[in-house]
Write a protein of this length. Structure first.
Length: 346
């Protein structure tokens, strides 16, 4: 039975990885020719490359989920509730779709966008949070998760009917939009999401949550594939479709896998990022100012409006340095959360 369980979780993750690679190979030339591009910044010469790569991750995750669904329907008895994971797939697709709509509003000339000038104007700032609530509807419809949640320092809190109709949509809106704030460096969004996914996978494995283990494994498989094309120098940029997709997947795994307290801790870097951007009234950029030696200078000097600004102020950094530093920062919180969970403090 254990062998059967691991096999049915591992194979969909492999399908997710393969499907993501296939989708990337398909959409890269198509998006470029269709004008769905973004500017790859922090470089000596800014160039346009295919954007909105998050749709490939959403596709890969969905294929992984459908692979399990197919197997559970025709080959083996299901160990995971199929209707639940299909609701998660729909939620991720809807949220990634919001990001895609934001990505495809590409201008021929630069216009003023958040904290800088660029060609990707996107949706209005107030439209994004409202539209991401659409992704919460499938989770609300199946009454996902449990209404009693363990909150650090508060203990067990019972939300009752307020959990599906208030807590879930607000959580989806906050997590997806907060995750969208930290980025702009090759590999940053995908690597931090990959680390968070591995953390949720380990937590689910240690505490025997099959559905959390399954969902996090297909996310990890897809992000591994995407990161190969997004690492410096990137051939494909993530766009909001990726950040929304990852944020939607993380909050879904937290809710479905009963990992709310654990997920809250590993999400601290993005909570910090939200607070820092709030100080700048969400009109700041994470990007650096490239110097002649290839290093990056923080755009606002010693004023800090992003974790990337802290990284650039600590020492002379290049683009990959910023990505590695912030990925290591996320590893720290995953380790802390795992230590607290194993120690029975979550």
């Amino acid at each position: 039975m254990a062998y059967h369980s691991f096999l049915t979780i591992l194979l969909p993750a492999i399908f997710s990885l393969i499907a993501t690679v296939a989708a990337i190979k398909l959409v890269m030339p198509y998006f470029y020719n269709a004008g769905i591009v973004a500017e790859d910044r922090n470089k000596e010469k800014i160039k346009k490359i295919p954007g909105s790569g998050g749709v490939t991750v959403a596709f890969g995750v969905t294929v992984g989920i459908l692979a399990y669904t197919f197997g559970a329907s025709f080959l083996f008895p299901a160990i995971i509730n199929v209707s639940t994971i299909l609701a998660v797939a729909l939620s991720i697709i809807l949220i990634a779709g919001v990001g895609f709509i934001d990505d495809i509003n590409v201008k021929t000339k630069r216009v003023q966008v958040t904290g800088m000038k660029g060609i990707n104007q996107g949706l209005k700032q107030w439209q994004k949070p409202l539209l991401t609530i659409i992704g919460a509807l499938p989770l609300m419809a199946i009454n996902a998760g449990v209404s009693t949640v363990h909150i650090p320092f508060l203990g067990l809190v019972h939300f009752g009917i307020f959990f599906p109709i208030i807590i879930i949509p607000l959580s989806v809106m906050f997590v997806t939009n907060s995750y969208n704030l930290l980025g702009g460096f090759n590999g940053l969004e995908a690597s931090t999401g990959l680390i968070a996914g591995v953390g949720l996978m380990l937590y689910s494995f240690f505490f025997g949550n099959a559905i959390g283990l399954f969902l996090s494994s297909v996310l990890v498989g897809s992000l591994l594939a995407f990161l190969c094309f997004n690492w410096y120098p990137a051939k494909l940029l993530p766009g909001d479709s990726l950040t929304y997709c990852i944020g939607g997947a993380i909050i879904a795994i937290m809710i479905i896998g009963h990992a709310e307290a654990f997920g809250l801790i590993i999400f601290i870097p993005w909570i910090i990022e939200f607070i820092l951007h709030l100080r700048g009234k969400f009109k700041v950029t994470d990007l650096g100012i490239r110097q002649k030696d290839g290093t990056l200078k923080a755009p606002y000097g010693k004023k800090i409006f992003s974790l990337t600004h802290i990284a650039m102020n600590l020492k002379k950094t290049k683009e990959t340095d910023v990505t590695i530093m912030l990925a290591a920062f996320e590893v720290l919180f995953v380790v802390i959360a795992l230590g607290l969970a194993v120690g029975g403090l979550l």
